[in-house]
Design a protein around this ligand. Structure first.
Ligand SMILES: NC(=O)C1=CN([C@@H]2O[C@H](COP(=O)(O)OP(=O)(O)OC[C@H]3O[C@@H](n4cnc5c(N)ncnc54)[C@H](O)[C@@H]3O)[C@@H](O)[C@H]2O)C=CC1
Ligand SMILES: O=P(O)(O)OC[C@H]1O[C@](O)(CO)[C@@H](O)[C@@H]1O
Length: 381
C-alpha cells in the first residue's frame, strides 16, 4: 500500500505520516521545502518523540520524499499509483496541491481502485474544499472522467505538534494524545485500513467539537498569553487571567455544542478538562506565536471564534467571552506572521464595520455584527 502525503511539516511527520506508516503504508512525503525533502531522503528513518504521560519514542521507516515544486512529474507518477493521498499543508494551500492531484487522476488507470483523498487540516470539511479545487482546476468533461477515480473523505485531526527545535533535524516532538476521525459514508464497504483512525457516520459533530473546543481554547490561550507577554503556552495556562479566559470561552462553545449536537454536558465537561490538561503539558515546547499564527484565518467566518459566536448569537445564547477573545486576538502583533501584519494594517485602514465585514465575513444584518463592531471600535480606541 502506498500513501502520498502533502506537507512533511509538524503534523505530516508527527501524526499523519506516523499513523499511515503504522498502518503499513509506504509513505511518500511531498513538500516544497527542498532542505526538508533532502534531509528526509538522506535519513533511513526519523523518530517521533511523544512527550507527557505514557510518552515514548516511535520510529518511522520506509518512506520517501519528493520536492513537489521541482519534481512535479515524479510526484504525479507516484499519485497515479497510490492508494491514499493526504494533506497537512494548511487550508489556504489546498488550491496549490489540487491541480497535481487532478493531473494524476487523469493519468490513473481506471482499473485501479479509487484513490482515497483526505485533507487533514484544521478546517471544517477541508476535503470538500480540496475536492472543489480539484474540480475547478479541470474542465467539466475532464471532471466527469476523473471523479469516479477518487473518493474524497472529510476528516478531523487532533494532536498538538509544536514548532520543532531546528537541532532536532527531521525528528518530531509531539504530545501523546491523538485523534484522527474520518467520515465513513464516502467509502461504502471499502474503507482504507488505518488502525489509528476512527471512522464515523457523521463527521459534523466531531469536527465542530474539536475545532470549537481544542482550537478555540488553544487560540484563546495564545492571544491572552501574548497580550500578557508570555511566550510558552504551558506558562500562559498557569496565569489565572489566561486560564479563566480559556475556561470562559469553552463554557460558551460547550453550550453551543450541547444545544446543537445533543452532546451530553458531562461528557463535554470531561472532554474540556482533558484538553486543558493537554494545553498545560509542560513537556511540550509550544509558543503563543505558533498557536496564535495566522489570525485572519482564525477570525474568519466558519472558524473557531466567529463560527461558534455567530451561532450562539443566532440562538440568543451568551457569547461575551468569545467576543472578549476576539478583542484580544486583535492585539496579536507578530512581525514575522504575515496575517498579523495584515491585520494591523486593516485595523488602521478600515473603519470598524468594514473591518468586521472583511475579516469575519459577517453581513451587517447578522445579530453578532454590531457586537463585533463594538469590539473592533474598542480595540482601535
Ligand atoms: N501542528 C499542529 O498541532 C496541528 C496542525 N493541524 C493542521 O495541519 C496543517 C499543517 O500544520 P503544521 O504541520 O503544524 O504546519 P507546518 O508548517 O509544520 O507544515 C506544513 C508543511 O506544508 C508544506 N507546504 C507548504 N506549501 C506546500 C505545497 N504547496 N505543497 C506541499 N507542501 C507544502 C510546508 O513546507 C510545511 O513543511 C494545518 O492545516 C494545521 O491547521 C491540525 C492539527 C494539529
Ligand atoms: O494551523 P492551526 O489551526 O493554528 O493549527 C494548530 C492547532 O491545532 C492543534 O494541534 C490542535 O489540534 C493545536 O496545536 C493548534 O492550536
Amino acid at each position: 500500500m502506498k500513501a502520498v502525503h502533502f506537507g512533511a511539516g509538524n503534523i505530516g511527520r508527527g501524526f499523519v505520516g506516523l499513523l499511515l506508516h503504522d498502518a503499513g503504508y509506504e509513505v511518500v512525503f511531498a513538500d516544497v521545502n527542498a532542505e526538508l525533502i533532502d534531509a528526509l531522503n538522506r535519513a533511513p528513518s526519523y523518530q517521533v518523540h511523544e512527550v507527557g504521560d505514557g510518552g515514548g519514542v516511535r520510529t518511522v521507516t520506509g518512506y520517501r520524499a519528493i520536492n513537489s515544486a521541482s519534481s512535479e512529474n515524479e510526484l504525479i507518477a507516484e499519485i497515479q499509483t497510490a492508494d491514499v493521498v493526504t494533506t497537512a499543508v494548511g487550508p489556504n494551500i489546498l488550491r496549490f496541491v489540487a491541480p497535481v492531484i487532478a493531473r494524476a487522476l487523469a493519468l490513473r488507470d481506471s482499473g485501479l481502485p479509487p484513490l482515497v483523498v483526505m485533507a487533514c487540516e484544521n478546517a471544517i470539511n477541508a476535503t470538500d474544499l480540496l475536492k472543489t479545487e480539484v474540480q475547478s482546476s479541470v474542465g467539466p468533461d475532464e471532471w466527469e472522467a476523473i471523479a469516479p477515480r477518487a473518493i474524497f473523505a472529510n476528516t478531523a485531526v487532533d494532536r498538538i505538534v509544536p514548532g520543532q527545535d531546528p537541532a532536532a533535524g527531521i525528528d518530531v516532538t509531539v504530545e501523546t494524545f491523538y485523534e484522527w476521525v474520518i467520515e465513513s459514508p464516502p467509502f461504502g464497504d471499502a474503507r482504507p485500513e488505518i488502525p489509528g483512525a476512527t471512522f464515523v457516520d457523521a463527521l459534523g459533530p466531531y469536527i465542530e467539537r474539536k475545532l470549537f473546543t481544542v482550537n478555540t481554547g488553544h487560540a484563546t490561550a495564545a492571544y491572552y498569553g501574548f497580550a500578557a507577554g508570555i511566550d510558552r503556552i504551558s506558562d500562559a495556562l498557569a496565569a489565572p487571567r489566561v486560564a479563566d479566559a480559556v475556561r470562559a470561552v469553552l463554557e460558551e462553545t460547550s453550550a453551543l455544542l450541547v444545544a446543537k449536537h445533543g452532546i451530553d454536558p458531562d461528557v463535554q465537561r470531561v472532554y474540556r478538562e482533558k484538553i486543558l490538561g493537554r494545553f498545560a503539558n509542560p513537556h511540550l515546547p509550544d509558543t503563543v506565536q505558533r498557536v496564535g499564527r495566522q489570525p485572519l484565518r482564525k477570525l474568519s467566518r466558519n472558524e473557531r471564534f466567529i463560527g461558534p459566536a455567530a451561532e450562539l448569537a443566532e440562538r440568543g445564547i451568551p457569547r461575551t467571552a468569545l467576543l472578549d477573545a476576539v478583542g484580544t486576538a486583535l492585539r496579536f502583533d507578530v512581525a514575522d506572521d504575515e496575517q498579523s501584519v495584515e491585520m494591523r494594517s486593516l485595523l488602521v485602514e478600515l473603519d470598524a464595520p468594514a473591518f468586521v465585514e472583511r475579516v469575519t465575513g459577517l453581513a451587517p444584518g447578522h445579530p453578532l455584527f454590531s457586537e463585533l463592531v463594538a469590539v473592533v471600535s474598542t480595540s482601535r480606541a
